[in-house]
Design a protein around this ligand. Structure first.
Ligand code: PLP
Length: 386
């Protein structure tokens, strides 16, 4: 089932893309829409990173790189994992791709036989089922509604079958904002199937606690990384997977034939991003912490309740007030009447129904303005006073 079908309903605005298109239509009519639906921050890529890519262009670094990624970038990724997590990663296990989306798709193509199952979080990132089904696998949702909305090894264990090939985990999670500590990651690793850890929101925890990668607990797992979120580089389209030795040659060969390689001068920018990772991520994190506090206060004033107090990433999943209908219909009405764009919870799987997702994609004034408009709408609407 596609995410469009999941949202259902005849109205365009009742799907995620429908929300985006409808917001654009309202803006063309001159309506000031507050955007709290986006999966990217409004922040610019750091100047050092941009300058590095510009220099790469000036130096004519415009030809193919090694298909699995520039040796300098794979080394920088390996150094970063050593520095931040204390793990030793052979750069030959790194395959750089055009974003973590392409990296995951290719991983599943290399990993899955038709009918193999991958257990995924529900609620979870909407693209997971498509990435798995494109490789002719089956996505099995581990429903976390009714279990505090947090994906755990215990929940995943209930869905293991003889066909389970992999467990997909994501911390800090989209859309809940949960983190996993050492015990939880170890528990996932001990379940047996290959753990594919989507770690694209790493570096964006709200507290100073050290992040943990699955690779600290087993070498027989995949870490999925991206420059999109924690370096504000969504449009550069660069991500990667670090795979176990057993998968390395199959994946690197597949990558050579399917994609040839990734954008060379963008990769030089990514080397600079990793060399300055701590400073760049601190800037983004400090901004996000301020926005998160602002959102938390504004939600509590409006009587809206998060399903979970987020600990990282840039999303908060919030219960809808009683009597506001499906999440798709509620999001459509908020856009139409309050001109605030949010993502319906149903986009993230059945466990997200009854919720809407707020993103920290806009500055604090916009977050305050958006919540003010939602509060006014809820109080004035007969159906939805919280
Ligand atoms: C959990 C998660 N994983 C992966 C991605 C894909 O990111 P990219 O392809 O830009 O690396 C996203 C994007 O929103 C995401 O939220």
């Amino acid at each position: 089932m596609t995410s469009q079908q999941q949202c259902g309903g005849p109205a365009q605005a009742r799907t995620c893309m429908g929300i985006v298109d409808e917001a654009a239509r309202l803006e063309r009519l001159g309506k000031p829409v507050v955007h709290l639906e986006k999966g990217e921050l409004d922040l610019d890529t750091h100047d050092l990173v941009k300058e590095s890519a510009i220099q790469a262009l000036r130096k004519n670094r415009t030809r193919y790189s090694h298909s699995s990624g520039l040796p300098e970038l794979r080394q920088a990724i390996s150094d970063y994992y050593g520095r931040v997590y204390g793990v030793d990663v052979n750069p030959a296990r790194v395959v750089v791709n055009s974003g973590s989306s392409a990296a995951m798709l290719e991983l599943f193509l290399a990993l899955l036989e038709p009918g193999d199952e991958v257990v995924i979080p529900d609620p979870g990132y909407p693209a997971y089922p498509s990435l798995i089904e494109a490789a002719r696998g089956r996505a099995v949702r581990a429903a976390a509604a009714g279990h505090g909305y947090v994906h755990t090894a215990e929940l995943a264990a209930d869905h293991l079958t003889s066909s389970t090939k992999a467990l997909l985990i994501n911390f800090p999670s989209n859309p809940v904002g949960s983190l996993a500590g050492p015990d939880e990651l170890r528990a996932f690793a001990e379940l047996g199937p290959l753990v594919v850890a989507d770690e694209v929101y790493h570096g964006l925890a709200f507290s100073d606690e050290r992040p943990h990668t699955i690779l600290e607990y087993t070498g027989d797992a995949v870490s999925v990384g991206s420059f999109s979120k924690s370096f504000a580089m969504t449009g550069w389209r660069l991500g990667y997977v670090i795979v176990p030795e057993s998968l390395r040659s199959r994946l690197t060969r597949m990558h050579e034939y399917l994609f040839v390689g990734s954008n060379t001068f963008a990769q030089w920018g990514a080397v600079t991003a990793l060399e300055n990772a701590e400073a760049i991520q601190k800037q983004i994190r400090d901004e996000l912490r301020g926005r998160q506090e602002c959102l938390r206060d504004a939600l509590s004033h409006s009587g809206l309740r998060p399903v979970y107090e987020p600990r990282g990433g840039f999303y908060t999943l919030v219960h809808q007030p009683e009597g506001t209908g499906s999440s798709a219909a509620f999001a459509a009405r908020l856009l139409e009447h309050a001109h605030v764009a949010l993502t319906p919870g149903s986009e993230f799987g059945p466990s997200g129904e009854g919720c809407v997702r707020f993103s920290l994609s806009a500055p604090r004034e916009q977050i305050r303005e958006g919540l003010q408009r939602i509060t006014t709408f809820l109080h004035s609407s007969a159906e939805g006073s919280p």
